[in-house]
Ligand binder design. Structure first.
Ligand SMILES: [Zn+2]
Length: 211
């Protein structure tokens, strides 16, 4: 069976695109904790009711509850999963091993990319207000400035893609990811992928990691 994959990468590193391909081409199951939370609440299970209570109180769902949720929804003995968005810090990476991954074969993949390059990518991102198509003024510019090639609607910039917000997000990411990388490095499970390459090249590297 393929190894369980823990995807680590800054916003804009292309992690989401690659996760979709791992699902469609290599048969991985994508685990999004946000989605699991919503599903569990909807199911009305005891755990779901507890999660609902935490959210109703305006609190963040704690790590132990997230781990319980993962265990309730993942069967690592017969499926290969992509963990994306959890762990976010060093403590969570240790907990994920202890409570969920245990003896299962697993690898962490870090989408390595220069943070200045990433900041440029993010601040140049534009989204179509009509069909949702995503453009990038650096690498995938629309034929006519400010207009969607596909549907002709106007392009907008997401509020959190402005320069100040992007800088802060990347700085926070850099500080919290270091202990996560150290954890997987020390257990011999860290693979680094050059995320500045074209998406096809990144996927080739990922495929090799899962073999
Ligand atoms: Zn459009």
């Amino acid at each position: 069976m393929k190894p369980q994959l823990i995807l680590l990468g800054a916003p804009g590193s292309g992690k989401g695109t690659q996760a979709s391909r791992l699902v469609s081409e290599l048969g991985y199951n994508h685990i999004s904790t946000g989605e699991l939370l919503r599903k569990e609440i909807k199911s009305g299970s005891e755990l779901g009711q507890r999660v609902q209570g935490i959210m109703d109180a305006g609190k963040l769902v704690d790590d132990n509850t997230v781990l319980e949720l993962l265990n309730a929804n993942c069967d690592l003995s017969s499926n290969a999963y992509i963990f994306d968005g959890f762990p976010r810090n060093g403590e969570q990476s240790k907990l994920l091993d202890e409570v969920v991954i245990k003896e299962a074969s697993s690898k962490a993949v870090y989408f390595e990319i220069d943070l200045d390059m990433l900041a440029a990518r993010l601040t140049n991102r534009r989204t179509c207000s009509g069909c949702g198509e995503i453009y990038n003024l650096l690498s995938k510019a629309p034929k006519t400035e400010g207009v969607c090639d596909l549907c002709g609607s106007s392009l907008t910039q997401r509020k959190d893609d402005n320069e100040e917000t992007v800088k802060t997000r990347l700085q926070v990411f850099k500080e919290t990811i270091e202990p996560v990388l150290a954890h997987y490095e020390s257990t011999g499970r860290l693979a680094r992928v050059d995320a500045s390459q074209a998406p096809d090249e990144v996927f080739k590297a990922l495929r090799a990691i899962t073999e």
